[in-house]
Design a protein around this ligand. Structure first.
Ligand code: HEC
Length: 128
């Protein structure tokens, strides 16, 4: 193999890596807003009939977090049962694409920057 041919291969490999990196952020489905990757259609088919998909795309969590949400909806919100394979594909899609994220909540406001508490009890009652 000539030196030139080898260089072409290296460039091609680099391009493939770049393409893979670009593919990390999948396009969003115009209707549901779901990331169009993996089993997204399974999630769309099972998760859009009761509420906005914003409830889903704003949420973050591990597989067990997503499974807990599903169990809660099955118990309280009339969500139907899934066969184990479907359930596993749904929670995998959700945990892969909407995984736990550490910095989603702002830090608590320091107490000295909080507005006065209108319900605070006086610390030294006047009649003592
Ligand atoms: C049979 C109806 C129904 C279906 C289908 C359904 N949900 Fe829900 N879900 C609900 C209801 C009702 C709520 C509560 C909505 C509210 O608080 O306004 C809810 C709330 C949620 C929430 C917000 C929970 C929170 O923290 O407040 C998420 C996330 C969610 N659903 C995800 C999903 C996913 C993922 C699917 C598909 C597996 C799905 N839902 C399918 C009924 C359903």
């Amino acid at each position: 193999m000539s030196c030139h041919a080898r260089r072409v291969l290296v460039v091609a490999a680099a391009c493939a890596v770049t393409a893979a990196a670009a593919a990390e952020e999948p396009a969003l489905d115009a209707f549901s807003g779901l990331k169009m990757t993996g089993d997204w259609e399974l999630v769309r088919n099972n998760c859009i009939s009761c509420h906005s998909t914003k409830l889903i795309t704003q949420q973050r969590g591990s597989r067990s977090h997503w499974l807990n949400l599903i169990r809660w909806m099955q118990e309280k919100q009339n969500l139907w049962q899934f066969d184990p394979d479907t359930e596993s594909r749904i929670t995998t899609y959700l945990a892969d694409n909407y995984p736990p994220q550490e910095d989603r909540r702002r830090a608590a406001i320091p107490p000295d920057l909080m507005p006065p508490n209108p319900y605070a009890q006086p610390t030294t009652p006047a009649d003592q």
